[in-house]
Write a protein that binds this ligand. Structure first.
Ligand SMILES: [Fe+2]
Length: 440
């Protein structure tokens, strides 16, 4: 929600992002444009496949959408795996908030969905989010950890190896909200992993994003984790907490290490003007996760999937030579690849009057190489602003028509002009789309 802290964090993030862009572009030798996005080669041959999700928020009701989505995730990944040459679904990794409050019946529902849907070939790897502490944190947050240990029959932290790849999952400390007491353990496990597998990626999971990395990490990130990860370019990190969409290109970030935001199986949140607490449109129509594959040499493919419409998002990532700091998805490179949104010639726009006498603006969306994050519009009469609006794009809803409406209120008769600007994920703005209309 809006707060002065969020504003301050946003300003700090913008400063960090600016400095980062300047230093990275200078260091990367990319003053005149960036290379094309990497593509997965045809002969890519996985030796491991895992799925990553977070923020399921099971409330204990087996009929709830979230419970159905978690079950559907298994069906989807098994069906996809069966269609591939490498047929295993080796692990499901859950980056926290799989329960809504950490209640016993919510753990029981989670475990029953796992029992009914997971095959023996698939390992379950899971760490705690802040919501696993909600039921106990006001009295004694450590009881949340005890609940996790008892119900999940494991420690709150996990370090394991699957098919030659290290997986490290860390839960919040027993205070339920910090990682300062966990950083030393995470650091030593990454070190051990690198001693074992050298340049190969190390997969690390925790609930909040490392601060100032992926989209949502300013408002919802943890400040103590980045110092650990920045030492190890092999780290490929997955986090949840923000509920920001996976198909926003900023949900993949590289800069010293690699980070992915896992979205949610429950409800979306986004930013508007850099401020979190924006809940766009059909926020509960949210069910996104990743399928990750890696080959024997350490190359990694990350696919993004939408369970709501049963299809892959366009966002596919191919990670190579991480130990050599080959960071094709850095903010700076992605920003250079993207161009400002464009309103196509086919753009349709109209203003109608509704039953209450309000003027309702309707227009079709702009186009961008990745996503149109938001729109800003301003309505003037005789050069004086009489209405304005600011709202999200619908890029996270593949089932939605890319059409927008804005209630301009009751306008006096006369001639008006509306200017609409579209912004992409990297704050690049379209030329204003101008439309003149008359209210009778
Ligand atoms: Fe959550």
């Amino acid at each position: 929600m809006f707060s002065i802290m969020n504003v301050l964090r946003t300003l700090l993030a913008k400063l960090i992002a600016f400095l980062y862009v300047v230093t990275t572009v200078a260091g990367a030798g990319l003053p005149f444009g960036a290379s094309e996005l990497p593509e997965t080669p045809d002969d890519f041959t996985p030796v491991i496949r895992f799925a990553v999700c977070s923020d399921v928020h099971l409330d204990g009701d087996p009929e709830a959408a979230e419970a159905q989505r978690l079950a559907k995730l298994f069906d989807t990944v098994y069906a996809y795996s069966e269609s591939q040459e490498y047929k295993n679904f080796d692990a499901l990794c859950v980056a926290g908030d799989f329960t809504d409050q950490g209640k016993a019946e919510q753990y029981d529902l989670f475990n029953s969905i796992i029992a009914e849907n997971k095959k023996d070939e698939t390992q379950l790897l899971v760490c705690m989010g802040n919501h696993e502490f909600i039921d106990t944190r006001d009295v004694d947050a450590s009881q949340g950890t005890r609940m996790f240990e008892a119900k999940m029959e494991r420690d709150d932290d996990t370090s394991t190896v699957i098919n030659g790849y290290h997986f490290i999952l860390s839960s919040y400390c027993e205070d339920g909200h910090s990682f300062t007491g966990k950083c030393s353990w995470i650091n030593s496990e990454i070190k051990k992993a690198i001693k074992d597998t050298g340049d190969k990626p190390v997969f690390v999971f925790q609930h909040p994003a490392p601060f100032a990395s992926i989209y949502g990490s300013i408002s919802w990130g943890d400040p103590s984790i980045p110092a650990v990860f920045l030492k190890y370019p092999q780290v490929v990190n997955f986090s949840g907490h923000s509920h920001f969409p996976v198909n926003d290109p900023r949900s993949c970030w590289q800069g010293g290490y690699t980070a992915f935001g896992c979205g949610t199986l429950s409800y979306f949140e986004t930013e508007l003007d850099g401020i979190s607490g924006n809940f766009p449109y059909s926020v509960e129509e949210a069910a996104q996760f990743y399928i990750v594959e890696a080959d024997a040499e350490g190359n990694v493919r990350v696919l993004s999937y939408d369970l709501i419409t049963d299809q892959f998002f366009d966002n596919e990532y191919y990670l190579t030579d991480l130990a050599k700091r080959n960071f094709d998805y850095s903010y700076a490179k992605m920003k250079l690849r993207d161009d400002a949104p464009v309103f196509p010639e086919s753009t349709q726009i109209s203003v109608d009057t509704n039953d209450e006498g309000n003027s309702i603006l309707t227009f079709t969306g702009a186009e961008d190489k990745y996503v149109v994050e938001s729109y800003k519009l301003s309505v003037t009469k005789n050069g004086i602003k009489v209405a304005e609006d600011n709202f999200s794009g619908k890029y996270m809803y593949l089932f939605e028509e890319d059409v927008y409406t804005s209630d301009l209120g009751k306008l006096e008769p006369g001639k008006y002009n509306v200017q609409i600007v579209a912004l992409n994920a990297y704050a690049e703005t379209s030329a204003p789309f101008s439309y003149t209309f008359t209210v009778k």
